[in-house]
Design a protein around this ligand. Structure first.
Ligand code: ZN
Length: 377
């Protein structure tokens, strides 16, 4: 393990590392052309990145029309930079080691012990991190640990993120960053989709998560509470929420609500009620033009659109990714959200809501970006 080398990275190093990560192998000329940097700068920086073990010489393929130019191709090293990404759920926790190519170099799933206090969580994370660092099956250069923790895991505690982070940073030699799960995921998606400037990621799981990136950085708010879209009131909703309020967005839209809608629809057609009704199927049926399925999604998409509308009006961020475990056909839902927003908003407010399939380890990869984001620009 090496000391934290992030502080020494200059902007152009991050840019070059980023573009090599995206392109999966580039020559110095290609780097210079794509980033509009001078040949001398690229030569100097690639040399430094190679010496620090971030990139490696990949080969020297025969290429036409580049006579006289160094044709060495550089690629990312797979073992540096790497980070531990921890996605703590309510019942179990995924721990991975990953790199800027998002390869899963190590994975462990552990059930959560009883977590009722800040000390419980800190102790559990300390064990997770220690065990991962002790695993010697790869020669990974681990630059830090990113941990995603749901905001409501300790419902009555404020600012527990800061306390846990402080204790863990004193314990380990590498930096430990802790944030809400969705925020790391937003950083990961921004990197994956090359999104600069402003970007919002919304996840639909038990509740609605919101990761807000403004002016290229995560927006956390005054007391780390930014993104509580799940608990904004939507007119027409009357359910009591786990936060104690009535009519919160998450009572009208979450994974279980969609599943229950689908069950209700199935019961009406005489199908059994005691089997699972995953929203994935509901999305598929809608995409095939099934009208009752479409009606359900229209109703739920309007609820989401009502909650997103003020967000668009206040922040004017047009690109929003909606992520959920809705399989290959989730776009049918976000198309309906766009449709509803077009009715609700003036033509001058742009909105491009797109769907992203949420895979099991995506939040763990996201957590690692709380560290890895410092290596790219
Ligand atoms: Zn609520």
């Amino acid at each position: 393990m090496v000391p934290d080398s992030r502080q020494n990275m200059i902007e152009n190093e991050r840019k070059i590392l980023h573009i090599i990560a995206k392109r999966n192998g580039m020559t110095k000329k290609e780097i210079a052309d794509s980033l509009n940097l001078s040949w001398a700068t690229v030569v100097k920086i690639t040399k430094r990145l190679e010496q620090n073990g971030f990139i490696k010489f990949q080969g020297r393929p025969e290429r036409k029309n580049i006579q006289g130019v160094d044709s060495a191709v550089f690629a990312l090293s797979s073992n540096n930079p790497t980070a531990i990404g921890i996605d703590m759920g309510y019942n179990e926790t995924n721990i991975i080691i990953t790199n800027l190519s998002n390869e899963i170099l190590y994975h462990k799933l552990v059930p959560n012990p009883t977590l009722e206090s800040i000390d419980d969580i800190t102790g559990f994370l300390e064990t997770c991190i220690t065990e991962t660092l002790e695993d010697k099956s790869g020669d990974w250069v681990i630059q830090g640990v990113g941990v995603g923790i749901p905001a409501f895991i300790l419902p009555d505690k404020r600012d527990f993120y800061i306390k846990i982070r402080k204790t863990l940073n004193e314990k380990f030699r590498i930096p430990v960053h802790i944030d809400r799960n969705v925020r790391g995921y937003a950083l990961y998606k921004r990197f994956q989709h090359n999104r600069e400037g402003n970007y919002i990621v919304l996840t639909i799981r038990t509740g609605i998560g919101l990761g807000i990136i403004l002016n290229d950085g995560l927006f956390r708010g005054e007391s780390n509470m930014a993104g509580e879209l799940s608990h904004t009131t939507v007119p027409g909703l009357e359910g009591v929420c786990r936060c104690g309020q009535t009519g919160c967005l998450e009572t009208g839209l979450n994974y279980a609500v969609l599943s229950e809608d689908y069950r209700g629809m199935a019961l009406k057609s005489g199908l059994p009620g005691d089997v699972p009704y995953p929203p994935t199927e509901l999305m598929k049926l809608s995409s095939e033009g099934n009208l009752p399925a479409l009606d359900i999604l229209k109703k739920r998409s309007r609820i989401l659109a009502q909650a997103i509308k003020p967000l668009l009006l206040i922040l004017n961020v047009s690109r929003i990714t909606v992520a959920g475990q809705f399989g290959e056909y989730g776009q049918v839902f976000t198309d309906l959200v766009n449709e509803a927003l077009s009715e609700m908003l003036s033509l001058r407010i742009d909105h491009a809501i797109s769907y992203e399939k949420l895979d099991l380890l995506d939040f763990a990869i996201g957590s690692s970006y709380l560290i890895l984001e410092d290596f790219i620009s």
